[in-house]
Design a binder for this molecule. Structure first.
Ligand code: SF4
Length: 702
């Protein structure tokens, strides 16, 4: 460790806001971190998680050496064993018996190499990622309607909107700096209206003019009814619809069945008729509208349809690609977007290409790939099902903890036992998932590795290392490259530095397509290492037309569908969810923790807000079930049980018949708090995204 003064700019590793962070002090003593004033995501702000990053850098509980069956070993032995096993499984069972499961915590360069190895050289597309749990429905809905997985707007739109509709998102806790920006805009312009649509009354409602506490699952009915209302009120943008879109009639017809009138919609959504009328009138009268949505929309059996019902509204009113007007999906993780760009999802290839014959051939020729995957691979739920069935013999989990986060987490734990070799590369030694691995490979962590991430507004930022990795930890891209070389692909995986990988990634984005694609990084090719290291935050595309990046797409009315027009998607509203038990469980984040707490649990300041797992109850449910405030409660489903602290919400933040349980706590911190063990595997049939927000449960005092 050096005493030399540090001055490094990097990016926060937590949420999809992607805030810039200033690092100072020395390697021996990192100073409290500060928000990077010049970063366009946060302009110097940091939330409490970001502000505590310097407290999370200790080496406590780090994985420091490769291990095999619990015994420390050297890198060569571990890498040779992993490569030999992959080779043997491919030759005995074929490439489909190999699977990778990645993470939105991986940097773009790590993700690129993993995806290339699996899909281009192992020859299977069985690489999926925990981003499947985060935003797969948003991706599927964009592709269905606007032809490309391209977020239309930018963060400034949130400040420029006159009406901000926040739906399925507790932004105040999950995306705090964006919430601060929205709150500041509202304060500066009190006429700006904010509508929060969420079954729970969350901290985000602090800035709401109107909160619609809808019945879970009634979202599509609400948005379809709004589309019908706008049509009846002659409030559609006829010019935009005629010139830039297709299929409006089918969408209107499907929407018209949602509700006959406000009174029926009030019954369906369980929202006061007057509040619905107010919301609809505001939407009708406010051209500058942004709909901001996140996991409450995506994590559903019909998440793709829900997202399309939102996009339909924006297309019908021409509110897309304009300042202060767009549908805006927000990613949960720091690099879920980077993963989308390199094809980290099993149904993608790379550089926003998929498995069409033309895309497949283009990627194959660019990679000089000997056996590129022929078809999309298994999405997360199906992937772990096939691990359990024995079809997948080799599994490599990278930087994620599926034994906590996947639905039916106990089944995933059981599945691991059916695999011939489970490899986990992680920076932490003791997680639920590392406990299930045969081989552990120590990965470098935030602050130790170099690369790029892309935030929710398509902005690429550098993560820069400022500390040496401890023990024998190595960057993920290095580990994957070593395996690729041992499989005989030295020439195709020549990388010595993340800049080499970024350059290849950027060149693939323009290969035989320069200037014609949404995802185009042609302006970022051939960077020297110094230029790569100095890369300032920039929104893609970066090309001859947009050398400084592009804030908004579709301002020209051109979309990435075959016809060049946006497509309305007819969406049928499902009936709201009912539970035979009379109680459904919702899940989400708390303000000061991140994922399964491997990093945030290290900062004592972050435990002060909420120190233990809990369940929020409506007072009438608590009374009915004999549950008392602050006492332990047992919650169970047909799959498993948890024991957590009961909070009886006298402030009525919780709807009757619903209970909220945070997602973070693992068996490491509380013996029975893995809420993933209760959730069944229901998922959206289009996106494959699990329905993590609604689970029928029962509860009793413990
Ligand atoms: Fe980090 Fe997100 Fe907080 Fe920004 S808002 S500091 S990216 S956790």
């Amino acid at each position: 460790m050096s005493h030399e003064k540090l001055q490094v700019q990097t990016t926060c590793p937590y949420c999809g806001v992607g805030c810039g962070v200033d690092i100072s002090g020395s390697q021996e003593a990192i100073a409290p971190v500060a928000g990077m004033k010049s970063h366009p995501a946060n302009f110097g702000r940091l939330c409490v998680k970001g502000s505590a990053l310097h407290d999370t850098l200790s080496h406590t509980d780090r994985l420091l050496h490769p291990t095999m069956n619990g015994q420390a070993t050297d890198w060569d032995t571990a890498l040779n064993l992993v490569a030999d096993k992959i080779r043997q499984v491919i030759s005995t069972h074929g490439p489909e018996a190999v699977a990778f499961y990645g993470s939105g915590q991986l940097l773009t360069e790590d993700y690129y190499v993993a995806n290339k190895l699996m899909k281009g050289f192992i020859g299977s597309a069985n690489m999926d990622t925990n981003s499947r749990l985060c935003m797969a429905s948003a991706v599927a809905s964009y592709k269905r309607s606007i032809g490309s997985d391209t977020v239309p707007g930018c963060y400034e739109d949130l400040e420029q909107a006159d009406l901000l509709v926040i739906t399925g998102s507790n932004a105040a806790w999950a995306h705090p700096i964006l919430f601060q920006r929205m709150a500041a805009a509202k304060k500066a312009r009190p006429d700006m209206k904010v509508v929060v649509i969420d079954p729970r009354k969350t901290a985000t409602c602090d800035i709401a003019d109107l909160h619609l506490a809808i019945k879970p699952g009634s979202d599509t009915s609400l948005f379809n009814a709004l589309l019908t209302y706008l049509h009846q009120q002659n409030a559609l943008d006829k010019d935009f619809i005629e010139q830039c879109s297709e299929n409006i009639d089918a969408a209107l017809e499907a929407a018209s069945t949602a509700a006959e009138d406000f009174s029926q919609l009030a019954d369906i959504t369980d929202v006061e008729q007057q509040d619905l009328e107010t919301f609809f009138a505001w939407f009708r009268d406010t051209p500058k509208t942004v709909t901001f949505y996140s996991q409450g929309v995506n994590q559903s059996v019909d998440g793709t349809d829900k997202a399309n019902s939102i996009i339909n509204l924006h297309l019908a009113t021409g509110r897309i690609g304009k300042p202060g007007a767009c549908p805006f999906s927000i990613t949960g993780q720091p690099n879920a977007m980077g993963g989308r760009e390199v094809g980290g999802l099993a149904n993608q290839l790379a550089a926003h290409m998929d498995f069409s014959p033309a895309d497949r051939d283009r990627v194959r020729r660019f990679w000089q790939s000997p056996r590129i995957a022929e078809k999309p691979g298994l999405k997360a739920v199906d992937l772990f099902n096939e691990v359990k069935s024995g079809k997948i013999k080799f599994l490599w989990v990278m930087s994620t903890n599926p034994l906590v986060s996947m639905p039916d987490a106990d089944d995933v734990k059981e599945a691991m036992k059916h695999c011939e070799l489970v490899v986990v590369s992680d920076c932490m030694a003791n997680t639920d998932t590392t406990a299930a691995a045969h081989v552990l490979l120590p990965a470098a962590s935030w602050g130790e590795k170099n690369g790029t991430v892309t935030n929710s507004e398509r902005r690429i930022s550098r993560q820069r290392g400022f500390l040496p990795p401890p023990g024998e930890a190595r960057p993920d891209w290095w580990i994957i490259t070593q395996i690729a070389r041992r499989l005989g692909f030295e020439k195709e995986f020549p990388y010595e530095h993340p800049a080499d990988i970024f350059d290849e990634h950027a060149r693939l984005s323009m290969f035989e397509n320069k200037g014609t694609r949404d995802f185009d990084l042609s302006g970022l090719t051939n960077l020297s290492r110094e230029q790569y290291d100095a890369l300032a935050p920039i929104q893609w595309p970066v090309n001859d037309n947009y050398p400084s990046g592009r804030a908004r797409f579709y301002d020209d009315g051109r979309f990435y569908t075959e016809s060049g027009k946006a497509k309305f998607i007819p969406v049928d509203a499902r009936p709201p969810v009912t539970s035979e038990t009379g109680l459904t469980m919702n899940t989400g984040r708390v303000r000061d923790h991140w994922h399964t707490m491997t990093r945030t649990a290290k900062a004592p300041v972050l435990a002060r807000h909420i120190a233990e797992p809990y369940a929020d109850f409506h007072p009438e449910d608590a009374m009915r079930l004999g549950i008392r405030d602050n006492k332990l409660v047992r919650l169970w489903s047909n799959l498993g049980e948890i024991i957590v602290r009961a909070h009886v919400r006298s402030d009525m933040a919780q709807r009757k018949g619903e209970v909220f349980v945070p997602m973070h706590w693992t068996s490491r911190y509380a013996s029975k708090a893995r809420m993933g063990a209760l959730i069944n595997k229901d998922h959206d049939p289009i996106s494959g995204q699990p329905a993590l927000k609604i689970t029928a449960v029962e509860a009793t005092i413990f």
